[in-house]
Design a protein around this ligand. Structure first.
Ligand code: ZN
Length: 244
């Protein structure tokens, strides 16, 4: 780029421009995170709601199963009463002992069923506690989310104000870019943002680590505009190493 030879540009201007572009990238990143934080919180609420629905369904299923067993117990008790009535009218010893056996078998089955019902009731208590816990968890998540949304929206508004300020600072600072360099500067900053500028790190480009020729370094020392031959960035000596 022979035209570069004649463009003088103060390294502190490039350093400042680089600092502002980095700040803009950072602010854009922080602003982009805001809706993601809100979305993450809303996913947590959604998960909590799903857990609550699942807990309620398990509870309901256990109650229905226990109700069915209680009905079964009831009808078998009715049956036992019928059999006991028949005992009195048994026509033979054989019929009598058959009825006795059947009653004994039904009573045994009912004992098992009663135990199952007791266990079922304990299980229902446990599940009903789960439902309560899930309901409380959803309430907590919802209130945390409301708080989060408020905080994040406030933060996002602050970041946007800050971005506006920094964009104005950029526009002000860009007025000092030599007009002969302006087209190149615009093209590369629009395409690459903060990577359009890079400090020289020792003898290499701080952006892509390309080793720079002595000739380029000499031109840099004369405050002439140079660009990295590899990544095309506008190069500058960081302030603490500027040779004037
Ligand atoms: Zn480079």
């Amino acid at each position: 780029m022979p035209a570069d030879n004649r463009i003088e540009i103060h390294p502190s201007l490039l350093q400042k421009l680089h600092r502002i572009h980095r700040q803009i990238t950072d602010l854009h990143g922080q602003i982009a995170r805001c809706p993601r934080q809100i979305q993450a919180g809303s996913n947590l609420v959604q998960e909590g709601e799903e857990q609550k629905t699942a807990a309620q369904a398990s509870h309901k299923a256990a109650v229905l199963a226990c109700d069915a067993k209680q009905l079964q117990l009831q009808s078998r008790e009715d049956k036992i009463r019928d059999l006991e009535a028949k005992l009195k009218t048994a026509a033979s010893n054989r019929e009598f002992s058959l009825l006795k056996e059947q009653i004994a078998a039904d009573q045994q089955a009912n004992e098992v069923l009663s135990d199952e019902i007791l266990e079922g009731l304990e299980y229902i208590d446990e599940l009903s506690q789960n439902v309560q816990d899930a309901v409380q968890k959803v309430e907590r998540l919802q209130s945390e989310q409301t708080e989060r949304v408020g905080e994040v929206e406030k933060r996002q508004a602050e970041l946007e104000t800050e971005l506006e300020r920094v964009n104005q600072e950029l526009a002000e600072t860009e007025k000092n870019v030599p007009s002969t360099a302006m087209d190149d500067y615009r093209r590369i900053t629009e395409a690459r943002g903060e990577d359009a500028l890079a400090p020289v790190d020792g003898e290499s480009c701080g952006g892509c680590y390309q080793i720079l020729t002595t000739q380029l370094i000499d031109r840099l020392r004369m405050s002439l505009l140079i660009r990295c031959p590899n990544c095309n960035a506008f190069l500058y000596s960081p302030e603490d190493r500027q040779v004037r």
